[in-house]
Design a binder for this molecule. Sequence first.
Ligand code: ZN
Length: 317
Amino acid sequence: MDTTLFTKKSIIGVVIVEPALTPPISHTQTTFTKKTKIGTGKSKTKKRDIPEGLWTKCPTCETMIFDKELDENLKVCSKCGHHFPIGSRERIHSLVETCTFEEMDASMTSVDMLGFKGASTYKSKLEAYKKNTTLKDAVVTGLCKIGEHRAALGVMDFNFLGGSMGSVVGEKLTRLIERGTEKELPVIIISTSGGARMYEGMFSLMQMAKTSAALAYHARSHLPYISILTHPTTAGVMASYATLGDLILAEPGAMIGFAGPRVIKDTTQAELPPGFQTAEFLLDHGLIDAIVSRKEMKTQLIAYLNFLTAGKKIATA
Ligand SMILES: [Zn+2]
């Protein structure tokens, strides 16, 4: 039995060490002498020399992937194509032209207006997530260039409080959409979210109406909005701006829905069809327009923007 330790990254970026199969042998435990196999002495030492946090196990094909390789491949398993979560900054980097991203409202932070106290306070949660993720909240917004197109881009980050939509997420996205309308730019929002932020109660629910209204004004100016759904996109976000796209794209295998499958199953008392709430299922049922892999996303976005802005180009020519 191997006692190598594998590290697991939690959503808040804290590295948790857990034993792969059996806990490490302590001196108090009974130990068995292992027969030495030819050539194992060297590899055993080598295994122990591997620093923690260098490998990630693919949950789909169970391959151990070298972290550096995973980063270079935009966090996509090169063997089976499983899409691992990716941070907002890395995603922006993978999509926009170098040095063209002008971030908006970078210093906007949430406040604990309800004085929320649970197992821990909202204030302490915000502090911890800010420290661990180096983000200020769950979305990064800004103007950028993708190919030849100027665009208003908002990218959510699941690492910050499960990508929950509080006042800051709603306000930053609303300002982004309004800037897009003002500058006559297409808006692109990449969502990943557990829904509205419970620590902000009604204030977070109000963001659904606010972002949707801003998008209505944007649409009234005949400007395109592309919504990209990534794993997972659920609840309040799904019920507002995420599903309002002129074009709705999704990453392969993404879990997309409003309520969780268990809640739906308990409420309806019906068996859910296989693949329920996956991007593939929703493509088949017409909710989303296309499934685009992360590595193809930039090329596809440029193609869609070419198409969606062609009429405007003709009009202004
Ligand atoms: Zn895999």
